[in-house]
Design a protein around this ligand. Structure first.
Ligand SMILES: *[C@@H]1O[C@H](CO)[C@@H](O)[C@H](O)[C@H]1NC(C)=O
Ligand SMILES: *[C@@H]1O[C@H](CO)[C@@H](O)[C@H](O)[C@H]1NC(C)=O
Ligand SMILES: *[C@@H]1O[C@H](CO)[C@@H](O)[C@H](O)[C@H]1NC(C)=O
Length: 365
């Protein structure tokens, strides 16, 4: 190429690049989130929510209750004997290699073996496991938790499950400070050491190839090669301040059951240009995990009130409900319908009333 030609071509490229950059900039501006600031929480609602939650805890705990109701609601589609976490003996189960992650471990069994040798435990801690009747609460990240001051009640559950990077530090009045299980994938694991307590179980949800590499690096206390870090869509934690005895891997058959059997989502198909909306949110996975893990299950901080665009999306930041409309990975309407079925059917109790409110005066939400 002659020098002149190059100058021309390069100039054209520069113009195109400049154009693309400005489009990206305008696009980013239009996406920058609106903020939703504090609104006074109705004191009556605070009192009613607290009374409702205390009442739920005062009732006698019934062994196998959640499983029985799930079985009644979903019949054979709900399996009553799925182990919550992966252990070396379950790896041989052929159902695990039927699907690729997150619904199975097809093509990843050897990566999985390499990780499992680094994980000495695969169950709940003994003192919990041996408990006759366990109560789980799944604490979602919903703004509906904000101001309800349910923390001291949530702390009384045997098992408290938290999701992703949900902060505890600074929010314990509303969300408690007990964490039995924190469920996350690499990008969603919190970068803040303050939100881990040495007794937490870190339950990893593995979606893609590099997630296995990440978990292995965390367990070995090694840093991830730079080129692997490029495959994550945001910065991932390079340390989780927990002992390797505290790590578990969510059984992908629970994700498979949640998606295909209970929600009725389509099984994966080969599509290159689009996703099937067939991956449930972590919140729903956690709830189904809880039914397998515990005898009774409650949820708090669930429900997106899309009809109230200026409501808080999360209990811990100023994002508005409208942000929820910008996500394409999950089928929020379908999940809400599913949650209503679980709450109305009695399989789980909704402590904050965002799905189906049993304590609200206008019982129509
Ligand atoms: C394998 O998984 C299936 C489906 O969850 C389960 O029904 C079966 O009991 C498992 N088999 C073994 C040997 O663990
Ligand atoms: C939770 O807070 C209480 C009271 O401040 C404290 O005694 C307890 O140690 C905390 N628990 C955890 C797991 O941080
Ligand atoms: C992990 O590695 C760092 C150095 O990168 C070291 O300071 C730390 O003690 C190690 N932690 C464990 C638990 O081995």
């Amino acid at each position: 190429m002659t020098r002149l030609k190059c100058v021309k071509v390069c100039f054209r490229h520069a113009i195109v690049l400049l154009f693309l950059l400005s489009v990206a900039f305008i696009f980013k501006l239009s996406l920058s989130p609106q903020t939703c600031f504090d609104k006074q929480v109705d004191l009556d609602r605070v009192k009613q929510a607290q009374m409702h939650a205390s009442r739920v805890l005062k009732e006698e705990c019934h062994p196998y209750f959640a499983k029985k109701v799930m079985n009644r609601l979903f019949n054979k589609k709900y399996s009553t004997n799925l182990s919550p976490f992966i252990r070396q003996t379950t790896v041989a189960n052929s159902s695990l290699s039927k699907y690729t992650p997150p619904f199975g471990f097809h093509k990843y069994l050897s990566e999985l073996q390499d990780i499992l040798v680094l994980m000495p435990k695969y169950d709940l801690p003994e003192e919990l496991k041996s408990k006759q009747c366990k109560r789980c609460v799944v604490i979602g990240n919903g703004g509906i938790l904000h101001g309800l001051q349910l923390g001291h009640i949530l702390n009384q559950y045997d098992v408290a499950i938290r999701l992703n990077n949900a902060p505890v530090h600074g929010f314990s009045r509303d969300v408690g400070n007990k964490t039995t299980i924190r469920m996350a994938y690499p990008e969603s694991a919190t970068l803040s050491n303050l939100d881990y307590h040495h007794t937490d179980l870190f339950v990893a949800v593995l979606f893609k190839s590099v997630d296995f590499s990440w978990l292995q690096a965390i367990l070995k206390n090694e840093s991830l090669p730079l080129w692997i870090q490029l495959f994550f869509w945001k910065q991932v934690a390079d340390k989780i301040p927990l002992n390797s005895k505290q790590f578990r891997i969510l059984n992908p058959l629970i994700i498979k059951e949640t998606a295909f059997d209970l929600l009725g989502y389509p099984e994966p198909r080969r599509k290159w240009w689009d996703w099937d909306k067939n991956v449930p949110t972590l919140g729903i996975m956690a709830l189904i995990l809880a039914t397998h893990l515990c005898d009774e299950v409650s949820l708090a901080g669930f429900g997106y009130n899309l009809g109230q665009p200026d409501a808080r999306l999360h209990y811990f930041d100023n994002q508005c409900m409208t942000e929820m409309q910008k996500q394409y990975m999950h089928d929020v309407a379908e999940e809400t319908k599913f949650l209503k079925k679980l709450v109305r059917g009695g399989a789980v109790k909704d402590l904050t009333g965002g799905i189906h409110c049993e304590f609200c005066k206008d019982v129509n939400s």
